[in-house]
Design a protein around this ligand. Structure first.
Ligand code: ADQ
Length: 464
């Protein structure tokens, strides 16, 4: 089997023996790396005065990681700038928040060139290369320009925007053209894949036949390959001692009330404001339910140096404060709003204690919280997943209560329906959801993508 080189912005290979303490993605990629040998390359997360291309190699649990430090300007323009202020909002349909700055675009290109210069000497002729996510769109083309003829795959973890939105990005065509350097591009859903084809066809003049897109003398294969979680492991984790303790803590503090849970990075794409408003609507429309439920929203801050993230945080503080002020009683608070992260095993216990998992992003590439919530449930008495139709996971999770997250009425109705749902129906829905979560787990995802990449053609034209 050929060696595998995984390249992503941040490298999160497992450090200790408890794989469950890490995210599913890290677990799956680390497993593939252990099977095949190779390494995981990316940014260390550290800054240095001047970029020097020094690689820090480490070996943990059978996985080699290779990381480089970036200089401050790279971090500002490439990571905080183009990745998080330009591409992230645009690809989540928020052109109102997208900032188009030449410096960001320049820093993004420069940093990808630096990654290419640094990793190129580590690549052997038979290695298979797998690049992850929107931080690194042009990396494949940069490697080709350095004579790399290997199979190179790319996976996009976020949505692909509609062509009219993407058209607002200066140099959108250049960015998309660079993607034709890959042999295979993976998306979570058919919808994102079709949006890509739409732009490639209408704005670039590419031809699409089956799952192959052609542009000039280049061709790239496309695949919809939804990521999953490590389902068996997560279900096991929900029965662990820390999970049981977290479960007990929640049940005791709930004092007989039903808990609704939301768990998200604090990000405007996750629809947290709309979720609070939908819940407020529910409280308003069903006064008799008021003291029977509460919403636990766990939202650790992310990307704190970006202004739009500071604004959403302020707005949520205001909103939760207002709703609590309006509805709380001396012995009940409607929203418990918590800004910290929890270990995954605690989270599993919290999910299991919740009657409803409320997952209502406005746009999400996939959304793994929906899958984790399902995997953590008690098969005899499972909770109900309320899921946004605009999450990639909705394509696979039709047995959830699917809602339009922009409609406070729909969110309110779904909460009411979920609270009233008879146990038989909960079990029936959960069994179907769980079967999907188990079958299409994260190992399936990595295998499916890598198998397709192995089968894809060797590029004909390298170095142009
Ligand atoms: P994210 O936007 O980060 O990922 P998501 O898929 O929900 O979104 O993954 C979040 C992960 O962080 C989950 O595993 C969750 O358990 C964990 N997490 C969230 N809040 C936490 C907390 N308070 N404490 C501990 N852990 C917490 C991006 C895309 C998604 C896509 C993934 C994977 O935006 O659409 O599903 O990549 O491709």
């Amino acid at each position: 089997m050929n060696r595998l080189i995984v390249i992503s912005n941040r490298v999160t290979a497992p450090k200790g023996s408890t794989a469950g303490a890490q995210g599913g993605l890290a677990v799956a990629l680390a497993a593939a790396l252990r099977d095949r040998g190779g390494m995981w390359f990316g940014w260390s997360g550290e800054q240095t005065d001047q970029f020097n291309g020094h690689i820090n190699f480490q070996r943990n649990s059978g996985v080699t990681t290779a990381t480089v430090d970036l200089e401050e300007q790279d971090v500002q323009e490439y990571y905080d700038g183009y990745a998080n202020r330009t591409l992230w909002p645009l690809f989540h349909y928020r052109i109102d928040l997208a900032e188009y700055e030449r410096d960001f675009a320049g820093g993004y290109k420069r940093t990808n060139q630096r990654f290419a210069d640094t990793v190129r000497p580590l690549i052997e002729p038979d290695d298979v290369i797998w690049i992850q996510d929107y931080h690194m769109f042009p990396l494949g083309a940069e490697l080709r320009a350095r004579g790399c003829a290997n199979r190179i795959g790319f996976f996009l973890h976020i949505p692909w925007p509609p062509r009219r939105l993407l058209g607002t990005l200066p140099n959108a065509r250049e960015l998309v053209e660079s993607l034709f350097a890959y042999d295979l591009i993976g998306f979570h859903t058919e919808e994102w894949l079709e949006s890509f084809c739409d732009f490639a066809r209408h704005d670039m003049g590419a031809t699409i036949e089956g799952n192959i897109a052609r542009l000039g003398d280049r061709q790239v294969e496309l695949i919809a390959c939804p990521i999953g979680i490590d389902a068996v492991e997560f279900a096991e984790m929900s029965k662990s001692v820390p999970a049981r303790l977290a479960y007990r803590r929640m049940r005791d503090s709930a004092d007989g009330r039903d808990m609704i849970v939301g768990v998200d990075r604090l990000d405007y794409s996750k629809g947290l404001e709309e979720r609070f408003l939908g819940y407020e609507r529910f409280l308003n429309e069903h006064p008799e339910e008021r003291k029977e439920v509460f919403l636990l929203q766990i939202a650790p801050p992310s990307r704190v140096s970006v202004e739009s993230y500071q604004r959403i945080r302020q707005s949520l503080e205001g909103l939760s404060g207002r709703i609590n002020g309006a509805y709380a009683d001396v012995d009940w608070v409607p929203i418990r709003y918590v800004n910290q992260g929890y270990p995954r095993d605690h989270l599993a216990g919290i999910y299991r204690a919740a009657k409803i998992g409320l997952v209502t992003p406005l746009r999400d590439g996939m959304n793994l919280v929906a899958k984790e919530y399902v995997a953590a449930q008690d098969p005899e008495d499972p909770g109900v997943l309320v899921l946004s139709r605009f999450a990639g996971s909705a394509e696979q999770m039709e047995d959830a209560l699917l809602v339009n997250p922009y409609s406070a009425e729909e969110v309110s109705d779904a909460i009411y329906q979920a609270l009233r749902m008879p146990r038989e129906e909960r079990v029936r829905r959960w069994e179907k959801l769980m079967a999907g979560v188990q079958e299409f787990d994260v190992t399936w995802w990595a295998k499916t993508f890598l198998t397709a990449l192995e089968k894809s053609r060797i590029p004909a034209d390298v170095g142009s």
